[in-house]
Write a protein that binds this ligand. Structure first.
Ligand code: PMP
Length: 361
């Protein structure tokens, strides 16, 4: 059993019951006398995992017919490139809503492949919120519109998704995938690196509206074409088997909790336990995000000084709470509380925060 409360931003905590199952099956997967990592990706055992994980993910995210789930490699960062490579046609424009560091990276990468239009940005306010509908300036006929549902570094999350018109909507959901119910039919493509809410790093999940393939660009390298992975059920080449195996277990764990709606309720209570301390601290803790854009996955805040922030991180560590330093690019404190973190862990951190403010205020 893990002996720390793990608030890492990703790779992040996994459900203890999943890790125990992995441990129990590691040397001998279902009586085969070898681990899942040592058998063929064409074996019936792995095909069963691949098929089940695909079906369960699709059901949990609420995607209907016409959508495909893909397990690919290269992380969300590769998706920053493969989305425009496949779906930004020559002479076309892709629109990007940028609400933090990952959105910046996504639009920079799109600009390598074609015209990327910054349709909204909250950078002038240091990425404290998502744009208002009135601030979104779409180009006349975007090939697609891209947004980042949760900005992991700034801790800024769309509470609901804006109506962005008829263009296909693409979302980077790396840090809040399956953390709350969404209307999947709003999206043409969703991608997420697994290492926060779904499993270990090394596998990236893509939900794709299959009709998108009709207008996909030609001349894209085989491994970087979505159609390759669709045609081959994510088994074109050797997949990240261990990652898909753990992801399958995490999806079953989500079902065991009662599905995404139950997970969302739990996540709301967890986030509230921390934001309440921030709001009731009389300004000692200053949340980074504006209240209406607060992330339920990454709670970001500052203390009165950088010295106090260092002290906070080091005392928290001594109290068994790790991973609380903000991203190196922005500083401050960040508590990442993905699906696998439970309410008691957040309450323990909330109580530590209260005590720290009283002692050092
Ligand atoms: N997008 C978001 C929202 C992220 O949080 C991250 C990773 N922290 C990435 C993209 C990049 O993901 P990867 O490391 O899987 O390429």
């Amino acid at each position: 059993m893990s002996t720390v409360l793990n608030f890492n931003a990703g790779p992040a905590a996994l459900p203890p019951s999943v890790l125990e199952k992995v441990q129990a099956e590691l040397l001998d997967y279902q009586g085969r006398g070898m681990s899942i990592m040592e058998m063929s990706h064409r074996s019936k055992e792995f095909e069963a995992i691949n098929t089940r994980a695909e079906a369960n993910f699709k059901r949990l995210i609420g995607a209907g017919d016409g959508y495909r789930v893909l397990f690919v490699q290269g992380g969300a960062s590769t998706q920053f490139a493969t989305v425009p490579m496949n779906f930004l046609p020559a002479g076309g424009t892709a629109d990007y809503l940028v609400t933090g560091t990952w959105g910046e990276k996504a639009i920079e990468e799109a600009a390598v492949f074609g015209k990327a239009h910054l349709a909204a940005s909250t950078k002038a306010e240091n990425y404290r919120r998502v744009p208002t509908p009135g601030e979104i300036d779409l180009s006349p006929e975007p090939a697609y519109v891209h947004l980042t549902s949760n900005e992991t570094i700034q801790g800024v999350q769309y509470p609901t998704f804006p109506d962005l018109g008829p263009a296909p909507l693409v979302a980077d959901m790396s840090s809040d995938i399956l953390s709350r119910p969404i209307d999947a039919s709003q999206f043409a493509l969703i991608y997420a690196g697994a290492q926060k809410n779904l499993g270990p790093s090394g596998v990236t999940v893509v939900l794709l509206r299959e009709s998108m393939l009709e207008k996909a660009n030609k001349g894209v390298a085989t491994m970087l074409r979505y159609s390759t992975h669709v045609k081959n059920n994510s088994l074109y080449n050797t997949p990240p088997m261990f990652g898909v195996y753990v992801l399958d277990l995490v999806l079953q764990w989500i079902d065991g909790l009662g599905g995404v709606a139950a997970v969302a309720e739990r996540n709301a209570a967890k986030a509230a336990s921390l934001y309440d301390v921030i709001d009731e601290s009389g300004g000692y803790y200053k949340g980074h995000a504006q209240a209406d854009s607060r992330s339920k996955m990454n709670v970001t805040f500052r203390l009165p000084s950088e010295d106090l922030e260092k002290q906070f991180v080091s005392e928290a560590q001594k109290a068994g709470m790790v991973g609380l330093a903000g991203h190196r690019s922005v500083g401050g404190i960040r508590a990442s509380i993905y699906n696998a973190i439970d309410l008691p862990a957040c309450q323990a951190l909330a109580s530590f925060m209260g005590d720290f403010a009283r002692k050092n205020g």
